[in-house]
Every structure is written in structure tokens, then in C-alpha cells.
Design a binder for this molecule. Structure first.
Ligand code: DAH
Length: 340
């Protein structure tokens, strides 16, 4: 058997020496190392069967030959790969940098909108939608702003010439009424969406921008609930605890109505250029839903009440990223958009 082992070695080395290309190399490797029929594999199996006094010697010899043949095969491989045209053709330099696919991404307003939706979903709010072309009735009337009301002047409106007094909605608030009519009470919803105003545009005014309306209707809802939800929302957005304050604010569809301010996050309330030295930033209008709005919505205002708020989504995005011209957001300018 010893002789047999040595013969295999000699023969293998000779055959390896004669290898010319990668196909030969594969064949020879299989001839000796193929698991089932390889000569060396068979030999190693045979060694296992010999009597125990012969085993150490023959085992060592067989292993030595195995490594000699492996080394010779490795050496031959590097020799042939240098001048084998097939290997050259198939050669892939895995260290080369691959050109990356250029993927687009969501608009910054959409990114913040999605983030807000996640926060509200976790608080049990549903996300709703409403029409951008809205009737005068929903945009104003049902929100306690009758035809003669001076509050109409606060929202420069695009009117659409049509029989049924249509407007481009000036705010997302009409969806409050639509939602209550459709789902009744209790109800928790937010409505992100695009709104339009007939503005002379400048760095802080555009004719098209985004809001996120919020509404919570239930029994015994209080201003404390409003403040709690607002704090949860704001710490979710700004990723830290925020201090808020309410100031009186007038909106016909809430009573009482407030302007909610947050303590300036830049100077922690000490006063800086961002908060115009006041220590506070005006963030969102809100209030307790007016009973007339509940009436228009078909909700019993003796049983139910609630709060509403109108977050300026576009404004929030500008604050978050320090964008100083609102018009950039709708410009479609890739130099601007690629920064997000
Ligand atoms: N809709 C108002 C606007 O665009 C903002 C607003 C104020 C919404 C108070 C509300 C609210 O829900 O309670 O000017």
C-alpha cells in the first residue's frame, strides 16, 4: 500500500506538470479530489480501513501526499491563469468601485409629513384626505365663517368661476367637517394636504403650501388633552422635550382659540435672532371646536366636544431644515432637492 501511495503521488505530479489550461486543471483536480471517485479521496478512505498498527504511518504518508498534490495544483493554477485567455476574459476586479444606481428620494415636505403621520398613528389618529377644490360652503360656511364675516379677508382666496361657488381650499380645516359628517363621534384624525392662497409671493409667502389639520372629538375633552397631544407631537418632531405656551388667538371655528408657541430651541428661551429676542416661536394655531362647527357636522355638542389644530407643515419643514425661501420647495430645482 505504501508503494501504491507513492505511485499515485508521482503520477499526479507528472500530470499536473503537463497541465496547459484551466480545463485540464479542473479535470486533474477532479481526477484526484472528486469526493466520490477521486483517486486520492479513495486512497484516504482505504487508509482508514488498514490495521491499527499500520494506520499512523500510512495515514501520515497519505496526508503528506495530499498536501504535496494540493500545493502543486495551486502553483500550477497561478501559472496558467497568467496566460490563459479564458481566465483573463472572465477576470473581475472585485476591488473596483461600482457605479451606484441613482435613486430618487421623497420631497422634504413628504418626509416630514410621513414622520408626523407615524406619530399620530401611534396616538390612535387616522389619516384622512379631502378635496383640493372645495365648496365655499365647506371652506367657510360650515367653519362658522358666513358670507359677511370679516374673517374671510384673512384668507386671500382663489375663486373658481362655476355655478356652485367653488374655491381652491385655503386651509385643511374643511376636512374636519367632512370627517365628522362621515365618521361621527368619537373621532381622532389628522389631514395633511395642499392648500392655496392668492398671495403676492415672496420668501415667506407662496400661493401653494401644505398644512396638517388635527381633530379630536370625544366626551369631556379639555385643553389639557390638547396640550398633551401637542407636546407629544412636538417632542416627536424635535426629538427632545419642548416647553409650550398658549396665547389667545382668534379663529371663528374654535372657541377658545389659541396660538401655541414653543420655547425657542436655538437659545433655550434666552432670546436670539431666530426667535426675534422673545425666547418663543409661534408654531401652530389651535382651539376647542366651536359648537356651531359641531352642529354643521351633525355632532351633538351637548354630548361631545373636542380640539382642533392647524399645523403649518411647510413652515415646520422650513424651521427644521433652516430653509429661508419658501419658493424653493415648489421650484423643482434639483440642486435644492438633492440636499435632503
Ligand atoms: N385653518 C386655519 C388657517 O389656515 C388654521 C387653524 C387655526 C386650524 C385654528 C385649526 C384651528 O384647526 O383650530 O389659518
Amino acid at each position: 500500500m505504501e508503494l501504491n501511495i507513492k505511485k499515485i503521488k508521482e503520477q499526479a505530479l507528472k500530470e499536473i506538470e503537463e497541465i496547459k489550461n484551466s480545463q485540464d486543471w479542473e479535470d486533474i483536480r477532479n481526477k484526484y479530489f472528486s469526493r466520490k471517485s477521486g483517486e486520492l479521496s479513495k486512497l484516504l478512505k482505504d487508509v482508514k480501513e488498514v490495521s491499527s498498527d499500520l494506520k499512523p504511518k500510512l495515514g501520515a504518508l497519505a496526508n503528506e501526499i495530499k498536501s504535496d498534490i494540493t500545493n502543486a495544483l495551486d502553483k500550477k493554477k497561478s501559472e496558467i491563469s497568467q496566460d490563459d485567455p479564458k481566465v483573463e476574459k472572465d477576470f473581475i476586479d472585485v476591488t473596483l468601485e461600482v457605479e451606484k444606481y441613482k435613486l430618487g428620494h421623497l420631497h422634504p415636505v413628504t418626509q416630514v409629513q410621513t414622520e408626523l403621520e407615524e406619530i399620530f398613528k401611534s396616538l390612535g389618529f387616522v389619516i384622512l384626505d379631502g378635496p383640493e377644490i372645495e365648496s365655499d360652503y365647506y371652506n367657510f360656511e360650515t367653519l362658522n365663517i358666513p358670507d359677511w364675516h370679516p374673517a374671510r379677508d384673512m384668507q386671500d382666496t382663489f375663486f373658481i368661476e362655476a355655478k356652485d361657488k367653488l374655491v381652491l381650499r385655503t386651509h385643511t380645516s374643511p376636512v374636519q367637517v367632512r370627517a365628522m359628517q362621515k365618521y361621527g363621534a368619537p373621532l381622532r384624525c389628522v389631514v395633511p394636504g395642499r392648500v392655496f392662497r392668492n398671495e403676492a409671493t415672496d420668501a415667506s409667502h407662496d400661493h401653494t403650501f401644505y398644512q396638517l389639520e388635527g381633530l379630536m372629538i370625544g366626551e369631556n375633552i379639555s385643553i389639557t388633552n390638547l396640550v398633551a397631544v401637542m407636546k407629544e407631537l412636538l417632542s416627536g418632531i424635535f426629538k427632545r422635550e419642548v416647553t409650550v405656551r398658549l396665547r389667545p388667538g382668534y379663529f371663528p371655528f374654535v372657541e377658545p382659540g389659541f396660538e401655541l408657541d414653543i420655547k425657542c430651541l436655538i437659545c433655550a428661551g434666552k432670546g436670539c435672532s431666530v426667535c426675534k429676542q422673545t425666547g418663543w416661536l409661534e408654531l401652530l394655531p389651535c382651539g376647542m371646536v366651536h359648537p356651531n362647527v359641531l352642529k354643521y357636522s351633525g355632532i351633538d355638542s351637548k354630548k361631545y366636544n373636542g380640539f382642533a389644530f392647524g399645523l403649518g407643515l411647510t413652515r415646520l419643514v422650513m424651521m427644521k431644515y433652516g430653509i429661508d425661501d419658501i419658493r424653493l420647495l415648489q421650484s423643482g430645482d434639483m440642486r435644492f432637492l438633492n440636499q435632503f
